[in-house]
Design a protein around this ligand. Structure first.
Ligand SMILES: NC(=O)c1ccc[n+]([C@@H]2O[C@H](COP(=O)([O-])OP(=O)(O)OC[C@H]3O[C@@H](n4cnc5c(N)ncnc54)[C@H](O)[C@@H]3O)[C@@H](O)[C@H]2O)c1
Length: 378
């Protein structure tokens, strides 16, 4: 790396769960020498100070607008709650910075359309943190599918099952539409599943038939009081715990998935299977560095994340990494691909705001389908 190579100056807005995960990944990328995490913004000053100390970040702000004005940044990561994505993304674009937003891009497709057009006018690059397509084996599989190795794609099906909202004492801002948007399970984790499916197939969802269910209509929200005690209050839930969805894609594939945040014992089980006219393939985040290929009458084969296909019984060709290491790896790959496209003009393999907007439209079609009990065009 040349000494005078420009380094991207990075800022992060929101240092909750995913904000911290992204900071961990940015710190790994800093080692490559072309990005510096220059500042963070958090409304909680004590937290901002602690995060800066832990990760050796030079500056913090309690208002992201002050950070945008003061720091001469190149790229901002927006890691805030869903309903504020729109306003913060808009301010970032207006400031002339490239923007990496959390998903869903917005909770309203008029807002996401506006962001797509604004980013084009201001000539800034955009990305959405659909992180799962950045597992190396998913990138390999996409190329194999595009080459026709699996033949014509008939169908894609699978699930994304979690249990972190299994109990009525499990509260998170996502359960209330005023913070998370009108859809929860579909928009929160169904959006990840759809991004992977669209990326792998090279086809977009054109129609959806959705069945939403809310099994826990009231949850108990507990917050710590100033005296050290805990104050609990009931909250009416107006978002879905579960969705079953059927999909039709624009180039002929069919599909469907179940997403749930109340599936006991499933911490974050994301999986899919794809059926083609020559072979099928299945993948799950439990073993994210391999995909298993099936052909009728033949032994199973394994597609490896470093490329290459072997017989299943030969086992993985690379040392198994822990799931935390693999999640960090996918997150690092996602962010790195965005930085590299900004700095070196490398072809993007990440989702941009246009793709994020398309998924917001799919969420809206699913909500309409649920209400009307019919197939809905996107
Ligand atoms: N891509 C992924 O894999 C992934 C994983 C988890 C969460 N997410 C997304 O990330 C976002 C955050 O989720 P989380 O789980 O980290 O939530 P969280 O509650 O842990 O963190 C959200 C943070 O946003 C901050 N925030 C809210 N409004 C703000 C504002 N106006 N200005 C500045 N900060 C503000 C909050 O103070 C909090 O620190 C959500 O949109 C979620 O969908 C994505």
């Amino acid at each position: 790396m040349a000494e005078d190579m420009k380094k991207l100056r990075i800022g992060v807005v929101g240092v909750g769960k995913i904000g911290l995960a992204q900071i961990e990944a940015i710190k790994v990328i800093e080692g490559a020498g072309y990005a510096d995490l220059a500042a963070i913004s958090s409304r909680d000053e004590a937290k901002a100070r602690a995060v800066c100390a832990k990760y050796h970040i030079p500056a913090y702000f309690t208002d992201y607008r002050a950070m945008l004005a003061a720091m001469d940044l190149d790229v901002i990561h927006n890691c805030t709650t869903n309903v504020v994505h729109y306003a913060i993304n808009r301010d970032i674009i207006e400031s002339g910075c490239h923007v990496l937003s959390e998903k869903p891009l917005t909770v309203d497709s008029a807002q996401s359309a506006e962001l797509v057009s604004l980013a084009r006018t201001r000539r800034v690059k955009t990305a959405i943190n659909f992180v799962n397509r950045h597992h190396p084996v998913i990138q390999q599989l996409q190329k194999l599918i595009a080459s026709g190795w699996f033949g014509d794609i008939y169908a894609v099906h699978g699930s994304y099952l979690q249990d972190w909202l299994f109990l009525d004492s499990d509260y998170d801002w996502r359960v209330e539409s005023r913070y998370g948007g009108a859809s929860r399970a579909f928009a929160d984790i169904g959006s990840h599943w759809i991004d992977m499916a669209q990326f792998l197939l090279g086809q977009n969802v054109a129609e959806v038939l959705a069945d939403f269910a809310t099994f826990i209509p009231v949850r108990i929200k507990s917050i710590s009081g100033k005296d050290g005690g805990v104050v609990s209050s009931p909250v009416a839930v107006d978002t879905e715990d579960y969705t079953g969805a059927l999909l039709r894609f624009d180039h002929g594939a069919h599909g469907g998935f179940v997403v749930s945040q109340v599936s006991a014992g499933r911490s974050s089980g994301l999986s899919f299977e794809i059926d083609g006219s020559k072979a099928s393939v299945r993948w799950s985040r439990g073993r994210p560095n391999i995909a298993i290929i099936g052909k009728r009458g033949e032994p199973e084969q394994i597609l490896h994340s470093v490329g290459g296909i072997s017989r299943n019984e030969e086992g993985p060709a690379e040392p198994a990494a822990s799931s935390a290491e693999q999640s960090l790896g996918a997150q690092k790959n996602m962010i790195d691909s965005f930085y590299r496209s900004i700095l070196f003009g490398e072809a993007p393999c990440y989702a941009d705001f246009e793709q994020g907007h398309a998924i917001v439209r799919i969420v809206e079609a699913a909500l309409k389908s649920q209400r009307s009990r019919t197939w809905m065009a996107v």
